[in-house]
Design a protein around this ligand. Structure first.
Ligand SMILES: [Zn+2]
Length: 264
């Protein structure tokens, strides 16, 4: 049964991954996420149902558009595959629980933010605001529910999570101001600072400092490669913050716990 549910979560993840890609790409450009339907960016050909199956369509259509034969980037299937794996892993770690719902929400928000920040160098306020609202409800329920529901515990948990978010936000703001001073230019976007509020809300402010260190650690080699190979080196920091958050969220700062689910 475990394998059955794990597979369902994987498939569910790949389908959502495909959708998150559309949302992350269109939202910062103020385009509707429903119309027009998914189409080839080269010739505008509207994708038919069989061309919309995550990963498989890309493989079986020979990695190109069925009409104009333009090559389709392998980024799409990789992103869908990664979303599927993240959803499956989350299910294996947390089972059917409120915690699972919270983790999947955070992962979903961060995946949309990765696409958006990578494509347009912005993190839309709508995503941050939408995220804070959904997460507030989930954190309230998660803290309030313990055998029976306690309203006060729910509010206490929510308040503490806002406080953690605020501290993380202020820390990030200070890092940015320091960065601006040292580099004599904008060192970090406003979106990254707002994103840090969400990260602090979910993980706690001490953990969000660890996120900051881990993301800088991951970003460093990438920044060096870009510096060497490209002339313009604008590197969005949001994707690194997001990847670091997902890593720490799933491992819960305990690598062995995480590896256990794969029997390693
Ligand atoms: Zn085409």
């Amino acid at each position: 049964m475990e394998v059955y549910y794990a597979t369902v979560f994987f498939i569910f993840g790949t389908v959502l991954g495909s959708f998150y890609n559309v949302v992350g790409y269109r939202l910062p450009l103020n385009q509707s996420i429903i119309t027009p339907p998914s189409h080839c960016p080269n010739c505008g050909h509207t994708l038919k149902a069989y061309e919309l199956i995550p990963i498989f369509s890309w493989l079986f259509l020979g990695r190109k558009c069925s009409k104009c034969k333009q090559k389709i980037s392998c980024f799409y299937p990789i992103f869908e595959l990664a979303t599927g794996i993240l959803f499956m892993t989350s299910y294996l770690l947390f089972g059917f629980s409120l915690k699972l719902l919270l983790v999947l929400t955070v992962i979903s928000l961060l995946l949309i933010i990765i696409i958006s920040d990578y494509q347009t160098l912005t993190i839309p306020d709508e995503i941050i605001l939408f995220g804070i609202i959904i997460l507030s409800i989930e954190i309230f329920l998660l803290n309030g529910y313990n055998e029976q529901f306690n309203l006060l515990n729910g509010f206490k948990g929510l308040l503490s999570s806002y406080l953690n978010g605020l501290i993380a936000f202020v820390i990030m703001l200070l890092v940015k101001l320091f960065g601006d001073f040292v580099f004599k230019k904008e060192s970090m976007g406003g979106g990254d600072i707002k994103l840090m509020f969400i990260i602090g809300m979910v993980l706690g402010f001490k953990e969000s400092i660890m996120v900051l260190f881990l993301s800088a650690f991951i970003a460093l080699p990438v920044a060096l490669i870009i510096l060497i190979t490209k002339k313009d080196h604008v590197l969005p920091f949001g994707p690194f913050l997001s990847v670091a958050t997902i890593i720490l969220l799933l491992t819960e700062f305990n690598l062995q716990n995480f590896l256990n689910i794969f029997y390693i």
